[in-house]
Design a protein. Sequence first.
Length: 180
Amino acid sequence: MWKKTVLLALALAFMLIANLDLCCRVTVNGRELEGLYSPSALDRSETAAACAAEKILSGRAVMPELERSYRLSLRPAGSGSAFVTGSLLRSVTGVKLANGVFVNGVPLGTVADSGVLFEKLRDYIGVQMPNAAVFGSISGELRVRPVYSRSNRDTDYDDMILLVSGMAPVFYLDESGKLV
C-alpha cells in the first residue's frame, strides 16, 4: 500500500513540476510593474523600447534600469510585453507620450493637449464662417492618438490648425445643405 502512495505522490509532483512556468516580476527604475512576464517577452520589450527610443531621439538613448526577479508559477505569464515597452519608453530621458495628430492617416506632429486643439479648431472654423452658413467642418478625417515623441517637439496649436486646414480644407454648408 505504501508503494502505491509513494508512486501517487511522485506522479502528482511530476505533474505539478511539468505545469510550472518560468516567469518574471519586473521593476523599471525601482517601480514594480503589475503582472508576470515571460523572459522572452521581456527581451522583446527591451529590444523594441531601445530601438524606438534611439529612433525617436536620433541617436543613442540611455535606457532605464530594468530588474527581473525570476520565479516558477502555476499560472502562465499573462501580461503583455507592450506594457513593459511603454513603461521603458516613458522612463527614457527625452522621450514622452504625446498626442499625435493625423489627417487622413498622415502624421502632422504632436500637441500637448488634444482638447485644446479641438477647441481652437472649432474657434478657427467659427471665426471664418460666412453669414449664410449654418455648419462648418474640415473635409478630412482628423484623429488624435497617443504616440511617443521627443519631449520638446510639440507643435504650437496655431501652427497645427494651419497644418490641419491645409491637409483637410474647411467647408461650410447653408440651411439647404449646399456648399457656401
